[in-house]
Design a protein around this ligand. Structure first.
Ligand code: NAD
Ligand code: UDP
Length: 324
């Protein structure tokens, strides 16, 4: 198949692109490289089945010569384009985040209509906001602050889901919506700013481990290989299965427990320090994956201890530091 991955030079995208190429597909990776990096895809540029297009999805895609249907039909589109790390999507970038999740999503959907492609949206557990139920099933409608510092992302992604389902209803477009829970692993940027990359890179460099708040808030961490398996399973699922479907690892850990796991593995003299908890930081996050298990026969196989080992190796290589 000919497959477009927007956001393909980012963390999840560059893992997904590698799997799709290994499966024999032709892959077009489109990215504005805001948080993505050429180094994530550099070794793929010589592959004749791989094309990179530098482009912002907030500008129309349909007018790009490489993407016009006459140049070749696109069978599937994975829409991953959107910064995912709070420091990257908030603040000065907040309006770009909202634009990417709305105007950008319209542009990618218009391309899907022109190609009659199946299109998958990378939605997020953030649609549940600071959840009042635990674990969170897809039927939970969430608890989002509409005007807080996370709203550009949370409400942006909620709006994107709504646009996707209206395209399916109005144009008969074949859509899939996945709600991704905290994912980590190879090809993460050391400067990404999320908790797993921060803790591992801080520990490798012997710097303070920065816990925000008291560290009792929880997250459920999914290794990226498991996530990518769930993404391709969703994309290739029967047409009547649209989601939204939760994809994540249901094992829940406090942020303190994560810090302990990292410092137990990397002994470079780091101390844990406590910083203020950012506004609207969710207290709990844990996916109910019953739907993914029953409809996709999918469940994660790589647990946190093994995933951390692999991710420590990745960051040690990135930073050119020996993990001990
Ligand atoms: P990432 O920041 O590494 O990747 C996002 C990619 O999108 C980057 O390469 C970035 O340059 C690109 N991008 C951003 N805005 C763009 C635009 N307007 N036009 C073109 N490209 C643009 O983040 P990630 O963790 O790989 O996340 C990928 C997707 O998965 C995102 O949509 C994110 O919301 C979603 N997601 C990720 C997680 C997670 O834990 N990693 C959790 C929930 C949802
Ligand atoms: N966090 C932390 N220290 C860091 C980075 C993040 O304690 O250096 C906390 C953050 O406040 C949140 C959790 O870890 O409670 C997960 O944060 P991340 O940014 O990885 O993802 P998200 O909040 O979007 O789930």
């Amino acid at each position: 198949m000919r497959i477009l991955v927007t956001g393909g030079s980012g963390f999840i995208g560059s893992n997904l692109v590698r799997v799709l190429l290994a499966q024999g597909h032709s892959v077009i990776c489109l990215d504005n490289n805001y948080t993505g990096r050429m180094s994530n895809i550099e070794e793929l540029l010589d592959n004749p089945r791989f094309t990179f297009i530098r482009h912002d999805i907030c500008n129309p895609l349909i007018s790009l010569p490489e993407l016009c249907p006459q140049k070749g039909v696109i069978d599937q589109i994975y829409n991953l384009a959107c910064p995912a790390s709070p420091p990257a999507y908030q603040g000065a970038h907040a309006l770009d985040t909202t634009r990417t999740c709305t105007i950008g999503v319209f542009n990618v959907l218009e391309l899907a209509v022109a190609h009659n492609a199946t299109i998958l949206q990378a939605s997020t557990s953030e649609v549940y906001g600071d959840p009042l139920v635990r674990p969170q099933p897809e039927s939970y409608r969430g608890n989002v602050n509409t005007h807080g510092i996370r709203a550009c992302y949370d409400e942006g992604k909620r709006c994107a889901e709504s646009i996707f389902f209206d395209y399916a209803r109005i144009y008969g477009l074949k859509i899939k919506v996945i709600r991704i829970f905290n994912t980590y692993g190879t090809f993460m940027d050391p400067d990404d700013g999320r908790v797993v990359s921060n803790f591992i890179c801080q520990a490798l460099q012997g710097k303070d481990i920065t816990i925000y708040g008291d560290g009792h808030q929880t997250r459920s961490f999914c290794y990226v290989d498991d996530l990518v398996t769930g993404m391709t399973a969703t994309m290739n699922s029967p047409a009547d299965f649209t989601g939204p479907v939760n994809l994540g690892n249901p094992n829940e850990f406090t942020i303190r427990e994560l810090a302990e796991k990292v410092t137990a593995r990397i002994k470079n003299g780091s101390q844990v320090v406590y910083h203020d908890l950012p506004q609207d930081d969710p207290q709990f996050r844990c996916p109910d994956i019953t739907l993914a298990k029953t409809r996709l026969n999918w469940a994660p196989t790589i647990m946190l201890d093994e995933g951390l080992e692999r991710t420590i190796e990745w960051f040690a290589r990135c930073l050119n530091i020996k993990a001990n």
